[in-house]
Design a protein around this ligand. Structure first.
Ligand SMILES: Cc1cc2nc3c(=O)[nH]c(=O)nc-3n(C[C@H](O)[C@H](O)[C@H](O)COP(=O)(O)OP(=O)(O)OC[C@H]3O[C@@H](n4cnc5c(N)ncnc54)[C@H](O)[C@@H]3O)c2cc1C
Length: 401
C-alpha cells in the first residue's frame, strides 16, 4: 500500500491529541495533519463520563471537544476507530492495524492510558466494565436502570465517582476496595472517612480492606468472591483499578520509557521529531523539582497545547502546574501540586470536612493543596507551592479562603 505523508501525525484522539491539533493549526495554516485514534468517536471530554452525563448536566452531544466541521474546515484528516500498531523512528513512519503507513514530519504520541485489568479468574469477562471510554458510558447507561445492582471495584477517583453516579440513578451499589477508605491515596484519613460515611448514608454498601479473588458470570448475574470470603451478587461489575500508560509504540521504537514516555521540558521524547503529551508522558515538573506523570484533564489539555506549539516550530517550555478537580456527591474540590496522603497534611476547615483547604507538606513547605468547596484559588495555591516558603500550621491558617 502507498505511504501517505503528513507534516504532523497525532496518534490518539483524546484530550492531549485534540488540544495539540488546535495549537498546531493556530500556528501553521497549511501543514497537513493526520489524527489517528482507536476510538470511533471524535475527540471528547472524559470527565463527564463519570459525572455530568449522569446528573443530567450534560448531554452526550455536548462533550465533543470540537464539532465535526472543525476538522473539515481545518483540513485535518481523521482516521478513527483504528489503532496505530507500528512506529519506525528512523524512517519516521507509523503504520496501522490495516497495514496503512504514514510518514511524518513531526509525531505526537497522545495515546493516554488503558484501564488496568484484574489478574484474577473471571477478571476479564466480556460484560465487565473497565470504565474509561464513551462506549463504556453508553453501554453502562443502558444497563444501569433503577433497581439494578452494581459492584464497583476500586475506591479511587473513577470507582468513587461511578459509584456516586450509579447511586444517584437509583442503582443498588456495593463498593469493594483494598484501602481503608475511599480515595485514600489523596484524602487524609478524617476527610476520606467522613466522605465515605456520606456514601453509606446514601445507601452505598462499602467493603474496605478486601480484594476480589474471582468473578463468575452465571444466568446474567455476576458472583464476585473476595479474598476475605465475601460473596457479592450483582447485575453489573464496574472496575476502576487505575490505568497503565499506553507506551507500547514508544517501547517498540526504542524511545526512552520509564514510568511513562520520557520527555524533556519541550515535551520532546528521546527522538527530536517525536513528542508525547498527556497521561502517557513522564515530564520534568519544574515547580516540584521532580519528574512526574500526571493523569488529569488540565495536564492533558495544557501538554497537548504545548506539544502542538513546539511541533509547529516554537520552543515553549512546559512549566504549567496542572490542577485537577472532582465531584463526589455534593463534595467538590480542585487540587494542585503533589497531593499524596503519604505527605504530612494540615486541614484548614471553615466547615469540617466540607469547606476548606487541605495542605500537603514536606519539610514544612507546601507541596500541594486541595481546595474543598473553595473556588478560583488554584493560582494562589500555585504561587504558594512555587515560593516553597517554610510554614508553621498557624501560618497556614486562613492562608487561602
Ligand atoms: C471517567 C473518567 C473521569 C475523569 N474525570 C476527571 C476529572 O474529573 N478531573 C480530571 O482532572 N481528570 C479526570 N479524568 C482524567 C482525564 O480525563 C485524563 O487525564 C485525560 O483524558 C487524558 O487525556 P489523554 O489525551 O492523555 O489520554 P486519553 O484520554 O486516554 O486519550 C488517548 C486516546 O488515544 C487512543 N489510543 C491509544 N493508543 C492508540 C493507538 N496505538 N492508536 C490509536 N489510538 C490510540 C485511546 O483510545 C484514546 O482515545 C477522568 C478520566 C476518566 C476515564
Amino acid at each position: 500500500m502507498a505511504e501517505k505523508h503528513f507534516d504532523y501525525v497525532i496518534v490518539g484522539g483524546g484530550l492531549a491529541g485534540a488540544s495539540a491539533i488546535v495549537a498546531i493549526r493556530e500556528r501553521d495554516r497549511s501543514g497537513s495533519i493526520l489524527l489517528a485514534g482507536s476510538e470511533r468517536h471524535l475527540p471528547y471530554d472524559r470527565p463527564p463520563l463519570s459525572k455530568k452525563l449522569w446528573f443530567g448536566k450534560k448531554k452526550v452531544e455536548e462533550i465533543f471537544l470540537q464539532p465535526r466541521d472543525f476538522y473539515e474546515k481545518n483540513g485535518i484528516t481523521l482516521e478513527l476507530g483504528i489503532k496505530i500498531t507500528g512506529l519506525d523512528k528512523e524512517r519516521k513512519t507509523v503504520s496501522d492495524e490495516r497495514g496503512n503507513s504514514y510518514s511524518f514530519g513531526k509525531l505526537l504520541l497522545a495515546t493516554g492510558g488503558a484501564p488496568r485489568t484484574l489478574g484474577i479468574p473471571g477478571g476479564t469477562l466480556e460484560p465487565i466494565y473497565y470504565y474509561r471510554y464513551l462506549d463504556d458510558y453508553l453501554k453502562l447507561r443502558r444497563e444501569a436502570v433503577e433497581g439494578s445492582s452494581a459492584l464497583v471495584i476500586g475506591g479511587g477517583f473513577i470507582g468513587s465517582e461511578v459509584a456516586a453516579a450509579l447511586n444517584i440513578n437509583r442503582v443498588d451499589v456495593t463498593m469493594l476496595f483494598h484501602g481503608p477508605y475511599i480515595v485514600d491515596r489523596v484524602f487524609p484519613g478524617p476527610l476520606g472517612r467522613a466522605l465515605q460515611a456520606r456514601y453509606v448514608e446514601k445507601g452505598v454498601k462499602i467493603i474496605t480492606n478486601d480484594r476480589p479473588a474471582s468473578i463468575v458470570w452465571k444466568d446474567k448475574r455476576f458472583i464476585t468472591k473476595t479474598e476475605k470470603g465475601n460473596l457479592i451478587e450483582s447485575d453489573m461489575v464496574v472496575i476502576g483499578a487505575g490505568i497503565t500508560p499506553s507506551v507500547e509504540l514508544a517501547v517498540s521504537a526504542g524511545l526512552k520509557v520509564s514510568n511513562g514516555i520520557e520527555v524533556d521540558g519541550l515535551l520532546r521524547t528521546s527522538h527530536p521529531d517525536i513528542y508525547a503529551a498527556g497521561d502517557n508522558a513522564e515530564f520534568p515538573y519544574a515547580a516540584l523539582g521532580m519528574r512526574m506523570r500526571v493523569e488529569h484533564w488540565d495536564n492533558a489539555v495544557k501538554q497537548g497545547e504545548c506539544a502542538g506549539r513546539n511541533m509547529a516550530g516554537e520552543s515553549a517550555r512546559y512549566d504549567h502546574m496542572p490542577y485537577f478537580f472532582s465531584d463526589l456527591f455534593e463534595f467538590g474540590y480542585e487540587a494542585v501540586g503533589e497531593v499524596s496522603s503519604s505527605l504530612e497534611t494540615f486541614a484548614d476547615w471553615q466547615k469540617e470536612n466540607e469547606k476548606g483547604v487541605v495542605y500537603y507538606l514536606k519539610d514544612n513547605r507546601v507541596r500541594g493543596a486541595m481546595m474543598c468547596d473553595v473556588w478560583d484559588r488554584v493560582d494562589e495555591a500555585r504561587r504558594i507551592i512555587k515560593e516553597a516558603k517554610s510554614f508553621t500550621t498557624a501560618g497556614l491558617k486562613g492562608l487561602i479562603r
